[in-house]
Design a protein around this ligand. Structure first.
Ligand code: C2E
Ligand code: MG
Ligand code: MG
Ligand code: MG
Length: 284
């Protein structure tokens, strides 16, 4: 029997490749245990109205602290969770957490009208998805209209199957928004057929809106189109007063961005809410 040739294979890989692969393997196996080990947490980022005075709602954003690697960004681990289908139980857990959080806010008399939850395309097309959403919302006795499910343009690539699912979600009473608008397959032709409530302009457009007239033309066009289609608009990634000033000329707009608040722990959101309620017109 030949001896195992341990280690010799590694010379086919460069160090950098090896590191990338082992990080991915670590993340993948870590993701399998992340929920049971309590390593995940949902943060909330406020969505602010046109005047920057009131809170329209919050977006739930997942956070993961890996025991060895520390904080891992969702843009790194969500794609792995999608590849491995772990996004299905993880996504369900996120929805459960937001239900519990909404209830807690409610019990404490804190009014949060809407929570937006990101839905991955894999999760959206999973057979039990609609039923899962319905069951969760009903079992917590929450108004379905308190939820806005955020899908991306990639959901829509398969519009033949996507539209009926979207309609079922709407039939439950939830809102639907199209996230990262303008970055994916902008199937404008289909936009009128989707039962959407909100269009979220991707932050890349907001970050360049003051750079040139062309950048402004794109943002203005998206906002005008949304208005014509009867959709609300949220500008993502608003970081400066100048960007806010530029966007403010539109009637039908809300914002989300570091200028107002980063995503944060539910406890801190509560504090800001009370602050805005007490101070009324002040921006937090
Ligand atoms: P997204 O849904 O487009 O969320 C907005 C992202 O922009 C968040 O990144 C947020 O922290 C960030 N952001 C907010 N304001 C600003 C700003 O002013 N400037 C800049 N530069 N960024 C800002 P985050 O939390 O890292 O999440 C990244 C993406 O990961 C999300 O993008 C979403 O696609 C995905 N994601 C996060 N949580 C979940 C989840 O629970 N389920 C699923 N399926 N995806 C999630
Ligand atoms: Mg989102
Ligand atoms: Mg997104
Ligand atoms: Mg986005």
């Amino acid at each position: 029997k030949s001896k195992q040739s341990g280690g010799t294979q590694s010379c086919f890989y460069t160090n950098e490749m090896e590191q990338k692969i082992s990080r991915k393997v670590l993340l993948e196996s870590g993701l399998r245990r992340a929920l049971e080990r309590n390593e995940m947490k949902v943060y909330y980022q406020p969505q602010v109205d046109r005047d920057g005075k009131g809170i329209i709602g919050v977006e739930a954003l997942l956070r993961w602290t890996h025991p060895e690697l520390g904080n891992v960004s969702p843009s790194e681990f969500i794609p792995i969770a999608e590849e491995t289908k772990l996004i299905i139980p993880i996504g369900e857990w996120v929805l459960e957490q937001t239900c519990l959080q909404l209830k807690e806010w409610k019990d404490r008399g804190i009014v949060i009208n809407r929570v937006a939850v990101n839905i991955s395309t894999i999760q959206f097309h999973n057979t039990n998805f609609v039923q899962m959403v319905r069951r969760k919302i009903h079992s917590h006795k929450l108004p379905p209209s308190s939820f806005e499910l955020e899908i991306t343009e990639s959901v829509i690539q398969d519009s033949f199957t996507a539209i009926p699912i979207m309609k079922e979600i709407k039939a439950i009473g939830c809102n639907l928004s199209l996230d990262d608008f303008g970055t994916g397959y902008s199937s404008l032709r289909y936009l009128k057929d989707f039962p959407l409530d909100t269009l979220k302009i991707d932050k890349s457009f907001i970050q360049t809106v003051l750079f040139s007239e062309k950048d402004q033309a794109i943002v203005d066009t998206i906002i005008n189109m949304a208005a014509q289609l009867g959709l609300k608009v949220i500008a993502e990634g608003v970081e400066t007063e100048d960007q806010l000033e530029y966007l403010k000329k539109n009637v039908n707009i809300g914002y989300q961005g570091y200028l107002f608040s980063p995503p944060m722990d539910a406890g801190n959101i509560t504090t800001s809410m009370i602050f805005t309620e007490v101070k009324g017109s002040q921006r937090f």
